[in-house]
Design a protein around this ligand. Structure first.
Ligand code: ADP
Ligand code: MG
Length: 891
């Protein structure tokens, strides 16, 4: 064991350590305990045995696990799926999805709420864990050896130690290129042998496939099955992949499948048949923090509103800034003036927009104005193949499948003259954080955990453990080079790239936006420097380009997240070239902007210096950069240190320090925002759980519905006589499920309305969060009662013909087509995003006070449209609606 392997204090900056200690956030720097476990594993001596012996030991440990897993799970319900499971002993131990134990107040028989994921008896869990702990040394020892022989990679001591930490449900911080993919295999094998499925979340589809295939031999060696799920897979393929012992999948796909499973009206359409158990989240900060800002949504079809987006798009172009409307790009607001009201009204052919009956139209005008003024092509979105595609402000990458809410999406489509696509009705939605928490056992790994250690601890109960690299890194992180204005920065960047490129040294440039990458590439081309630009959507192609970023003479320009998880091997496998690149000091990483969090900056730096290779990283920034402007960094800098515009770099540590400080404040703010949003979304999550549990109980036929027998006894009796008790029971369950789905979808819409109006409560002196909970709790209770009543009412219209109950007559069955997407703003994060866009740098409290302003416009639009829709819908009788009608109803 290398001498410096025991602790990793030196890897973390001391100010942050002090802060974490002060805040009581445990971060483990002393990894000796884990390394001692490695010594125990080595003592089992698997390295010296023959292949046959290794096989025999794997089989023996598997049998031992199986036998014990069965006893420790005895007495519990058996599998509802996974046909191949019994042969391998990986019998799923709980009924599919959430069980019926502990139904909420609104459960069919009025029991108490319980977390579906933790509904398992504590006793069973302890014995299960004790079993796994006992098996750990043996399993890790065999797996280590198997990896060495099958993959040609023998996990280093730190890797094995990190595997132990993962098994304990920790968050392992390991630098990029240290081999986290391999680390995850050890705990995954162990937990899968325990008989319960293991999911490994990867950062993208490409990695899900790559890792499953790459690590597959080790799993199979233990007789375990491995699968992966990627976009575009069929129902059967998904089902098979989830039934495997270990499944590689993105959090997004798994979350969408979860939502889809909870709209299925018979068990055959459910892809995930086992209860969620263990998840290991790779690139944990990316998935649990950055990506998690965007909730997953599944939507059903809905007819478009009668708004002519194109006409409005043309109209707002006629309006004049400062006369007809006032706009503030930083605060993200745009409002019509008095004159604007009149002008827009005239342009619409003499409409009085200030009249209440024109509210809907007025909102639509505002939305069109928002799209025209505040959203900029090639910054906020790009237009490609006749589609508007959002650019994630955080990662600078095109966000696949993401939409703006509240009619903004069609407004932008109209602005760009592309096809206006319908918005859809939300059938289900879940933030990734909540989804991940459905797993009783969560572990994670990433190169950048410490800056977000507090968040991991508070949201997921994950303790960060910092592992030192296997061999000390040789990367040099240079100080930032700061210019006063952008032109000087660009010139310096181009000079630096051209200079270094002339030596043949590979360069990776990380930019903040698609536009910036393209401008830089064009400028380099003019200088005769050939480069590759990465802003592709295709993970695989992206990965291929990034993988070649370490070759001689390569210049790769990418937005900062591109190719996360891809291994940049110097020389890309060519040994001679590798030597040449090593002689040139390895990969040179240049960042052209500081990002909103150190994690993102550190990820970029981490692309260099893989597995103790040499490398250099440096940020070249200007005081005109978006981030610095937006957060008024100059205002923070003491007057004496505010540099005058100059062509050379500013060589003042105070300026650099202020930039770093601003970044920390922003991080803190963003964390505060996420905490606030979390509080809001938690209540909705609770309700979602109740609805889903009740739904699952019906789907799995675990409860006898009793509402109709009590509410309409005569009709019930008559139907039972005509069709038999089983058919009536099934019909009632299907009907209740259908009505529950519809009510839930409407409830989601209502929550959005409440949330949008909630800021007004502050004006009335009330606490928004309290008011919000009160309202949604009332609405929920009302909704559940309504479902019960409607079920009985519609049940009375059911008839049995030829001994069969025809549900289609009352509009049940034949589910509408669904699709999935991510909303750029969830019911709460309109607040969040506007906060992120706020340049106020004061305390979180004042932030929360101002947070409600920037959304004024969206608020009007969203609320009014939905009110109007609901009012319209309320005039229709319930019950006999097709899906189309349903869609209109909830908007
Ligand atoms: P990370 O996810 O930590 O950035 P990867 O899992 O992509 O790292 O692995 C980085 C590189 O390290 C890969 O090329 C892999 O082959 C190599 N590697 C990892 N572990 C070992 C090992 N124990 N022995 C040799 N090479 C390894
Ligand atoms: Mg990785």
């Amino acid at each position: 064991m290398p001498a410096d392997l025991g602790t990793s204090w030196n890897l973390v900056d001391s100010a942050h350590q002090t802060y974490l200690r002060w805040a009581g956030i445990p971060v483990e720097y002393d990894v000796r305990r884990y390394l001692e476990a490695v010594a125990g594993i080595e003592a089992l001596g698997c390295a010296r045995i023959t292949d046959e012996e290794l096989c025999a030991r794997a089989a023996a440990v598997r049998d031992k696990a199986r036998a014990n897993a069965l006893t420790s799970d005895a007495g519990r319900r058996g599998s509802t799926g996974s046909p191949r499971a019994p042969q391998r002993g990986s019998t799923p131990t709980r009924p599919a999805l959430s069980g019926v134990e502990g139904l909420p107040r609104w459960g069919p028989r009025g029991c108490r709420a319980g977390d579906p994921a933790t509904a398992e008896p504590v006793e069973g869990r302890t014995s299960h864990n004790a079993l796994l702990d006992a098996l750990l040394p043996e399993v890790f020892a065999i797996a280590r050896e198997a990896a060495a022989r099958l993959l040609g990679m023998r996990p280093f001591d730190v890797q094995v130690a990190a595997g132990v930490a993962l098994h304990e449900g920790k968050l392992a911080q390991m630098a990029t290129g240290e081999g986290k993919t391999l680390v995850a295999v050890l705990p995954a094998v162990l937990n899968a042998l325990g008989g319960r499925g293991v999911h490994i979340f990867t950062a993208n589809d490409y990695l899900a496939r790559r890792d499953a295939e790459w690590m597959g031999p080790v799993y199979r060696f233990f007789g375990l099955e491995v699968g992966f799920v990627v976009q575009g897979m069929t129902h059967d393929e998904r089902r098979r992949a989830y039934a495997a012992d270990v499944t590689y999948v993105t959090a997004k796909e798994a979350g969408f499948d979860f939502l889809r499973d909870h709209t299925a009206d018979d068990l055959g359409r459910v892809v995930e048949q086992r209860p969620r158990h263990t998840v290991i989240v790779d690139e944990a900060d990316f998935i649990l923090i950055d990506e998690a800002r965007v909730p997953l949504v599944i939507a059903g079809s809905t007819p478009g509103l009668a708004i002519d987006h194109r006409r409005l798009a043309a109209l707002v172009r006629e309006l004049r800034r400062g006369i007809d409307y006032d706009a503030d790009e930083y605060q993200r607001t745009v409002v019509l003036t008095e004159a604007g009201f009149r002008r827009a009204g005239e342009l619409l052919g003499g409409v009085r927009l200030d009249r209440p009956e024109q509210n809907l139209l007025l909102s639509a005008v505002h939305v069109a104005l928002h799209a025209e003024i505040l959203l900029k092509r090639d910054r906020d979105y790009i237009v490609r193949d006749g589609r508007v595609e959002l650019v994630d402000e955080f990662t600078g990458r095109v966000a696949e499948n993401r939409r703006w809410p509240h009619g903004i999406q069609p407004a932008v489509e109209a602005k760009e003259g592309v096809e206006v696509r319908p918005e859809g009705k939300i059938l289900g939605s879940i933030p990734i954080q909540h989804f991940v928490r459905l797993y009783p056992k969560i572990a994670g790994m990433t190169a950048t955990a410490v800056p977000a250690a507090a968040e991991f601890q508070q949201f997921f109960g994950l303790t960060t453990v910092v592992f030192p690299p296997n061999r000390p890194g040789a990367r040099v992180d240079e100080d930032d080079v700061v210019f006063t204005h952008r032109a000087a920065k660009t010139r310096a960047l181009l000079d630096e790239i051209a200079r270094v490129h002339a030596t043949g040294r590979p360069i990776l440039v990380g930019t903040a936006s698609v536009r910036e990458s393209e401008e830089l590439a064009a400028a380099l081309k003019e200088r005769g420097v050939k480069c590759r630009v990465l802003n592709a959507r295709h993970d695989a192609r992206e990965a291929r380009i990034v993988a070649r970023a370490g070759t001689l003479g390569a210049v790769t320009i990418s937005t900062n997240m591109a190719g996360r998880g891809t291994d940049i091997v110097l020389g890309a496998g060519n040994r001679q070239m590798r030597e040449q690149v090593l002689a040139l000091d390895g990969l040179y990483v240049i960042g052209t902007n500081r990002h909103e969090s150190r994690r993102i900056d550190d990820q970029l730096r981490g692309r260099a210096g893989r597995q103790a290779d040499p490398g250099t990283s440096r940020f070249v920034i200007s005081l005109e950069d978006d981030l610095i402007q937006r957060y008024g960094v100059l205002g923070l800098t003491p007057r004496a240190h505010r540099p005058a515009p100059q062509t050379g770099a500013v060589d003042d540590p105070i300026v650099r320090r202020e930039i770093a400080r601003a970044q920390r404040i922003i991080e803190g703010q963003n964390f505060e925002i996420r905490k606030t949003l979390w509080r809001y979304s938690q209540m909705v999550d609770e309700q979602r759980r109740m609805v889903y549990e009740r739904r699952q109980a019906y789907l799995l036929d675990q409860v006898e519905p009793d509402g109709c027998a009590e509410g309409a006894p005569e009709h019930h009796r008559a139907l039972v006589e005509a069709a038999g008790p089983a058919a009536v029971r099934r019909a009632e369950q299907r009907l209740a499920m259908h009505l529950l789905d519809r009510a839930w979808s409407e409830h989601l819409g209502l929550i959005e309305d409440i949330r949008e109006g909630i800021h007004l409560q502050r004006l009335g002196g009330r606490e928004p969060l309290t008011e919000f909970s009160r309202q949604i709790i009332d609405a929920f209770a009302e909704m559940m009662d309504r479902v019960d009543e409607e079920t009985v009412a519609i049940f009375q219209r059911l008839t049995a013909e030829g001994g069969e109950i025809d549900l289609a007559r009352v509009g049940v069955g034949g589910s509408s087509s669904t699709w999935t997407y991510l909303v750029n703003d969830d019911p709460f994060s309109t607040l969040g995003t506007s906060l992120l866009a706020s340049r106020t740098l004061t305390s979180a409290v004042s932030i929360l006070a101002v947070m409600y302003w920037p959304i004024t416009l969206v608020v009007t639009a969203g609320v009014l449209v939905r009110r109007w829709l609901r009012r319209r819908a309320q005039t229709e009788p319930p019950g006999e609606h097709s899906d189309e009608d349903r869609a209109t109803k909830s908007g």
